[in-house]
Design a binder for this molecule. Structure first.
Ligand SMILES: [Zn+2]
Length: 243
């Protein structure tokens, strides 16, 4: 999003940790619907991954301790009337037709990057908080993948590294410092506590998850005590104040 700054310039605000509706998410990706967790080169552009970390979420995705790396689990075979329980069979690399599945496409891209054959695939990550409430986690680089044992079967794991945008002047750098992955449990707790409103003005649109103490100053991304909801305006006012 863009907001006019005090001196009239337009500054780009980082969208990461911005809260959006399902419709806004689809609009950003220029699609009518977005249902699948993994979408290789959606609309011929970047790839898109949907995360859901609720306890009943079917996949076990993890965030590493410094909040810069997501470990994303691949997808099971589709559930159909005739198929075995998807949780009892290996996650597929190929479709029955022989074409690559989404797992296969992401795996191939990650391996090509590792072998120096191409640059890292750019993956836009969205995180589901509640029905209709999503968080834009920004863009990541797909840098590794493998299959590993999980119980009696094998699953895919994908490494997604938060894109380093540490270029430009201090305001942008400040935004990067703010930019750490906030676990879903923390986001859901903050959303409930702040009742889906900016804590300063009560606005219910253009909301962001804000670090009360910036990450760069030792504030944590891992506890709801250090995260609050702010609208875009108050998010920006606060950043100006910190600088
Ligand atoms: Zn506000």
């Amino acid at each position: 999003m863009t907001l006019p700054s005090r001196n009239g310039d337009i500054i780009m605000m980082k969208a990461d940790n911005e809260i959006i509706s399902y419709r806004e998410m689809c609009d950003r990706e220029e699609v009518q619907t977005l249902q699948r967790g993994m979408n290789y080169r959606l609309s011929g552009r970047h790839s898109v991954v949907l995360m859901s970390l609720r306890h009943n979420a079917p996949y076990s995705d993890r965030v590493d301790s410094n909040g810069l790396i997501l470990i994303y689990e691949g997808h099971d075979i589709p559930k159909t009337a005739n198929s075995p329980d998807p949780k009892t069979v290996d996650q597929p690399e190929y479709n029955p037709s022989g074409s690559l599945t989404q797992n296969g496409l992401f795996h191939q891209a990650a391996q090509a990057y590792k072998q120096g054959q191409k640059s890292a695939e750019i993956v836009q990550v969205y995180q589901k908080l509640f029905n209709g409430v999503w968080s834009d986690n920004g863009k990541f680089r797909l840098t590794d993948s493998w299959m590993e044992k999980s119980g009696n079967r094998k699953v895919f794991k994908f490494i997604l590294e938060l894109c380093d945008k540490s270029v430009g002047h201090s305001k942008q750098r400040m935004n990067i410092e703010q930019n750490r992955i906030i676990p879903s449990q923390v986001k859901m707790e903050v959303w409930k506590r702040d009742k889906g409103r900016c804590v300063e003005c009560g606005a219910t649109d253009n909301l962001h998850f804000d670090h009360i103490i910036p990450y760069s100053k030792g504030g944590s991304s891992l506890t709801a005590n250090n995260i609050q909801l702010l609208c875009a305006r108050h998010n920006l006012l606060k950043k100006d104040k910190i600088e």
